[in-house]
Design a protein around this ligand. Structure first.
Ligand code: ADP
Length: 627
């Protein structure tokens, strides 16, 4: 016999289970049955491609036994089983999928919530047991092993003579306490009702020996006898009649299956008959998983054929821009032994994927139309993914997604669609204006934005780094061009005003050129502007690349660095303009200091970094001291 310690993380979860005062302890059975079902799925799936593994579909089942005298519940399955090493790795270390992630995400939640809202897996057995043994024989090993543990002190591994492939888990129930009647779990009635409640849809029979009574032959007396019956209906929820499924059932299925502790935002359950036949039960989550915007997140739908799981995360069924959708597809129109490689080229998979995509889009559009608040909630978490969708693949999918994206509006003070923006425009308005920044509040304070707001011109606020790239990929919307208000060319002034400022710039050409030289190539142009109202200066750009694009591209981990062509614009109506002109005549040294400070200032307003903050602060102090 080998003695082992649990890993620290496991110990904590285990301790939490053992001492839990959580009242809904009965979920342990759901967890163990779900593991058993997964193990059977795995073996069955392997048998489809590996001739050495012989499985008869009709034999696959999960068996529950109750022993009142020994106070034990046994859950047996004829699934894939575990080798000694797997027992150690799977049960000695807390599963990655469940509670650990939850903990990271919700550091402040208390333990009761952890259990209630999450699938806690195998360890939940310790909520009701003071000792658990797992006897298992893997399909890939001759030897069988018994894993046994009485809690945090560790576990033991010893050889077993189990002959059949599969796993038998025995729970030694705790003694009854004032708070919980563990003995009730030893009744047929209780176990039946727990299975009905949580595991009815499991696609393999969950069997149990039950007591029945019948009339004796040739007599009026009754006798009791025992027989093994199947407790679950085995009809997966998606195959049930929609009208008979409650919202709670949909939600329970979702949280069990996809380990989400929050209810989904939308449930889509439909049946398609046509070129390809399938049933879908899809969910739009109400929040993004913690790893959603990272490489670790794996998109995909569960693929079943005839109620049997074929593939867990079938990525080919979902486009990247709808990767947030979770759910199940059941179809008879694909070969049972389909693999990841053959799947990609399967014509029916392609048809299903196309049909699902259009269903999801329709659902989102109708949510946007009829349930605006809900859509905005959705958009907060997943909008970025839609915008990536527009930008990625050289804009190939932009037309499909353009109606789904929204931006914050300077006028409405909430998210609006591009259509809503354009619908308010007059015939002669040719542009859709936007501005970029870290937050809506910061954009609202940009000098360039102030001017547009003043002229009653609506500006869209772009706060995510993908935003401007998405608009670039779109190019235009309903014949209107996207224009960054921080572009030098974004100008609402009249012809007369334009003439005036042109003259002003020509008259002061020498001075402005000297300023440009002082800034040593950092800016393309220095000029006076009449665009600004109260602010002294602003930084705009010429050409395709904006300062926010520069920020994004230069923050990427590549060597490629770009520079936006910057234009330093000085408010001609501000006192600073007169001061500059005066210094240019009287004190060239001071003039240069002012120029630098003004430039630094303009960068700060734009949220751009300052190369040399020490120089800036020294210059400011110099100027103040000379006053
Ligand atoms: P999860 O199911 O979330 O992965 P668990 O703690 O419930 O976490 O289980 C850990 C792992 O142990 C499973 O992923 C699986 O590999 C293995 N396991 C659990 N129960 C069984 C079983 N009955 N048969 C085979 N393997 C199992």
């Amino acid at each position: 016999m080998k003695k082992r310690q649990f890993k620290t993380e496991s110990k904590r979860v285990l301790d939490l289970m053992i001492n839990s005062i959580y009242t809904n302890k009965e979920i342990f059975l759901r967890e163990l049955i779900s593991n058993a079902s997964d193990a059977i799925d795995k073996l069955y799936y392997l048998s489809l491609t590996n001739k050495d593994i012989k499985v008869k579909k009709e034999d696959l089942s999960i068996m529950i036994d109750i022993d009142k005298d020994k106070r034990t519940i046994t859950i047996s399955d004829n699934g894939c089983g575990m080798t000694e090493e797997e027992l150690e790795n799977n049960l000695g270390v807390i599963a990655e999928s469940g509670s650990l992630h939850f903990k990271e995400e919700n550091e402040n939640q208390n333990d009761v919530n952890v259990i209630g809202q999450f699938g806690v897996g195998f360890y939940s057995a310790f909520m009701v047991s003071d000792k658990v043994t797992v006897e298992s024989k893997s399909y890939k090993d001759e030897k069988a092993t018994i894993w046994s543990s009485s809690g945090v002190d560790g576990y033991t591994l010893s050889p077993s003579n189990k002959e059949s492939i599969g796993t038998v888990i025995t729970l030694h129930l705790k003694e009854d306490t004032e708070d919980y009647n563990y003995s009730e779990l030893l009744t047929e009635y209780k176990i039946r009702s727990i299975i009905k409640k949580y595991s009815d849809y499991i696609s393999y029979p969950i069997k149990m020996e039950v007591e029945n009574s019948r009339k004796k032959e040739d007599s009026d007396e009754y006798e009791t006898y025992k027989e093994i019956t199947t407790i679950n209906s085995m009809i997966p929820i998606w195959k049930k009649d929609k009208k008979k499924i409650t919202a709670e059932e949909y939600n329970n299925f979702y949280s069990d299956k996809f380990y989400d502790y929050k209810e989904p935002l939308k449930v889509m359950h439909f049946n398609i008959e046509g070129n390809v036949n399938y049933t879908a039960l899809l969910y739009i989550p109400s929040h993004a998983p913690y790893n959603y915007y990272s490489k670790e997140y794996e998109k995909g739908l569960q693929l079943y054929t005839n109620g049997v799981l074929i593939m867990d995360k079938t990525s080919d069924l979902l486009p990247d821009y709808f990767s947030f959708v979770r759910g199940v597809i059941d179809t008879e129109d694909i070969p049972l032994n389909i693999s990841r490689e053959t799947l990609q080229d399967d014509k029916n998979i392609k048809l299903i994927a196309k049909s699902i995509e259009s269903k999801i889009k329709k659902e989102l559009l109708s949510m946007l139309k009829d349930e605006r608040d809900k859509y905005e909630d959705f958009y907060k978490d997943f909008g970025m993914q839609l915008k990536f969708g527009i930008y990625n693949d050289y804009g190939m999918n932009k037309d499909k997604l353009v109606d789904l994206i929204m931006f914050y509006s300077s006028k409405e003070k909430r998210l609006i669609t591009l259509k809503e923006y354009v619908d308010k425009l007059k015939e002669e308005d040719k542009n859709i204006y936007y501005a970029c920044g870290e937050t809506n509040d910061k954009i609202d304070l940009l000098p360039q934005v102030e001017l547009f707001k003043d002229k009653d011109c609506e500006v869209l606020y772009l706060t995510e780094y993908v935003d401007e790239f998405a608009l670039m990929a779109l190019g235009e919307f309903e014949g209107r061009k996207f224009v960054n208000v921080c572009k030098e060319s974004a100008d609402l002034s009249t012809e007369e005003e334009k003439e005036q400022i042109k003259k002003e710039n020509e008259d002061n050409k020498d001075m402005l050129d000297t300023m440009k030289e002082t800034l040593e190539g950092k800016v393309e142009t220095v000029k006076f502007t009449n665009k600004l109202k109260n602010h002294p200066v602003c930084l705009t750009t010429e050409g395709e690349i904006s300062t926010s694009m520069e920020k994004v591209i230069n923050s990427m981990p590549t060597d490629e660095k770009i520079n936006a062509s910057e234009v330093l614009e000085i408010n001609v109506n501000h006192k600073i303009s007169d001061k500059l002109k005066e210094l240019y005549e009287k004190d060239k040294e001071e003039f240069k200091k002012y120029t630098k400070v003004i430039y630094y200032e303009a960068r700060l307003i734009e949220g751009l970094p300052i190369d040399n903050p020490t120089e800036m602060s020294n210059l400011i102090c110099d100027i103040m001291a000379n006053k």
